[in-house]
Every structure is written in structure tokens, then in C-alpha cells.
Design a protein around this ligand. Structure first.
Ligand code: FE2
Length: 296
């Protein structure tokens, strides 16, 4: 069903040209999943669950268990919503794919998380240029059961609605925050660094690379630092930012960002791989294998 008629156009965003889909919310057409679709889910589910213990934040896997997610079949959103609504008041809604930014922010601000209903094809197990059901469901949904993280996601959505009214530069700053936390964030725990970003946990290669490789930087999270740091869309990240707790994210997001955007507009953005004197450095990356250009 991927590449179907619901794709409306390609739009140039800070992530490059991406397909933007109709904004309508649909009922997850669960009966239309093929045996191949369920098999793709099972393969990806098993593969990630083999490598994630000891790498992903413990609550990530615990919450998948609470949801009853398994390799047996693609989960039904209605089953997940029964668990989710009681826990944090969030609701999963089925969509055709990436939404226009403002529509996406408005859903988050109302505690609705859009999940792409279709899953990648068997020949796309390792790479897909747009989010599919595996990325959205396996990667993003588990932490919505965490009350603090759930509040952060809503605060982010409210911030997005505001930033959209301020202008494109504010949106760029805010998108970097999402990128380096919700998609590619690491968290410091007593057991060591762990993954909580959905872009990492839904990728086998990056789940290993982000923690084991000597190449990337691993730096302490700082809101304004993150907001003015460019990132990679076509390779593993050059830099991962590490939070101490989800409360740190929520606290950083509480103030009005308007004066921050004004301040950041006056200074240049940082290349994705730079380490600054002011950074809290967990690891200074060797930079091995980095491409020189291509930060966005
Ligand atoms: Fe995502």
C-alpha cells in the first residue's frame, strides 16, 4: 500500500524532500495486512529485541511488555489504546504517513500520536527514507506510557504550534530538539548510557553504533546547544546528546521559547560534529567515517 494515492506531494523541509500525506485520520485497516506484512513485523521485532536489552532504556522494553507487543502479529491500535488511555491519556491515531508540521504539532498538543499504518516491504528491512509502522509503533509508542515523557511530547506539540506562528527559523530550532531527543536521544542511567530515541531503537545498525562506536560524540543535553546544532539525515549521527532523566527534558521545555529563538537567530548554527568548550563530554568522537558535508 506504500506509495499509494494518499501521498499528496513532496515538500522541501529541513529533512530534504519528503512525501507529505493527506491529513485525514483513518481506522487502522488491520485486516488488510498480508502474511508478508506480519512476517516483516516479526523479523524486525525479534531482531531489535535481541540487541536492545542492555542498550535501550529499561522502561522502553518494559513498556513494550505492558502493551503486550510481540512478534506474533502487527499490534492493533485499539488494543494498545486501551492500555495507553488509562496510563497517560494518550491515543494512537492511524495516518497514511508524514503529516504537515502544524497538523502533527496539533495532534501532539492534544495527546494524539499519529502512527503510520503501513509497514515497509521485506526488501526494506534495513533502510527506509520515511517513517513506517515499525518505526512509529515499535520506536515511539512505548515511552508514551511514561508519564513524564508523555507530558514532554505534549509540551513539544504546544511548542510547535507556537513556533509555527513565529516563523521558519523557530521551527528549525524546535525540530532539532525533536531530532536530538525524541528520535536520537540517549539517557544516562546507573547502569550506563541507554537509548531512548525512536530513530535509534528502530535501527539495528544505529542501536549498536550509537553506544559502541568510537566515532560519534556523546555530549550532555543542553537545550540551546541542541537547538543550534545541525544534524544528519542520511547517515548515523555524528553527535548524540545525553539526558539525565525525562524530567530534565520536561523542565527544559517548560519555559516559553520565544526569547530563546530570538537569541539563537543572532548566532550561527553548529556543525553536527563539533565539540564546544562548554560541552559536557561523555565521549569526544574520533570522527572516523564522517562525511564532511551534508549536515542539515
Ligand atoms: Fe520518528
Amino acid at each position: 500500500m506504500q506509495g499509494n494515492a494518499q501521498r499528496v506531494e513532496h515538500q522541501l523541509t529541513d529533512k530534504g524532500y519528503v512525501p507529505v500525506y493527506t491529513t485525514r485520520v483513518i481506522a487502522q485497516p488491520w485486516e488488510t495486512y498480508t502474511a508478508d506484512d506480519h512476517r516483516t513485523w516479526a523479523t524486525l521485532f525479534r531482531r531489535q529485541r535481541e540487541i536492545l536489552p542492555g542498550r535501550a532504556a529499561k522502561e522502553f522494553i518494559d513498556n513494550q511488555e505492558r502493551f503486550g507487543m510481540s512478534a506474533d502479529a502487527i499490534p492493533k491500535f485499539s488494543d494498545l489504546n486501551r492500555v495507553l488511555s488509562v496510563a497517560t491519556g494518550w491515543e494512537l491515531i492511524a495516518v497514511e504517513g508524514l503529516l504537515p508540521e502544524l497538523t502533527f504539532f496539533e495532534h501532539l498538543a492534544n495527546r494524539r500520536f499519529p502512527v503510520t499504518w503501513w509497514i515497509r516491504k521485506p526488501e526494506q528491512l534495513d533502510y527506509l527514507s520515511e517513517p513506517d509502522l515499525f518505526h512509529d509503533l515499535f520506536g515511539h509508542v512505548p515511552l508514551l506510557l511514561n508519564p513524564v515523557f508523555a507530558d514532554y511530547m505534549q509540551a513539544y506539540g504546544c511548542g510547535g504550534v507556537k513556533a509555527a506562528a513565529i516563523g521558519p527559523e523557530a521551527l528549525v530550532n524546535l525540530t532539532r530538539l525533536y531530532w536530538y531527543t525524541v528520535e536520537f536521544g540517549l539517557i544516562n542511567t546507573p547502569e550506563g548510557l541507554r537509548i531512548y530515541g525512536a530513530g535509534i531503537v528502530s535501527s539495528k545498525g544505529e542501536s549498536i553504533y550509537c553506544l559502541d562506536s568510537a566515532a560519534p560524540n556523546r555530549l550532555g543535553f543542553d537545550l540551546e546547544r541542541v537547538m543550534c546544532t545541525r544534524y544528519r539525515i542520511d547517515t548515523y549521527q555524528k553527535t548524540y546528546f545525553v539526558i539525565d532523566s525525562y524530567a530534565q527534558l520536561m523542565d527544559a521545555t517548560r519555559p516559553d521559547f520565544t526569547p530563546i529563538y530570538a537569541r539563537l537567530a543572532a548566532q550561527p548554527s553548529h556543525p553536527a560534529g563539533n565539540v564546544l568548550d562548554s560541552d559536557q563530554v561523555y565521549q569526544r568522537g574520533s570522527g572516523e567515517g564522517w562525511l564532511n558535508d551534508g549536515d542539515v
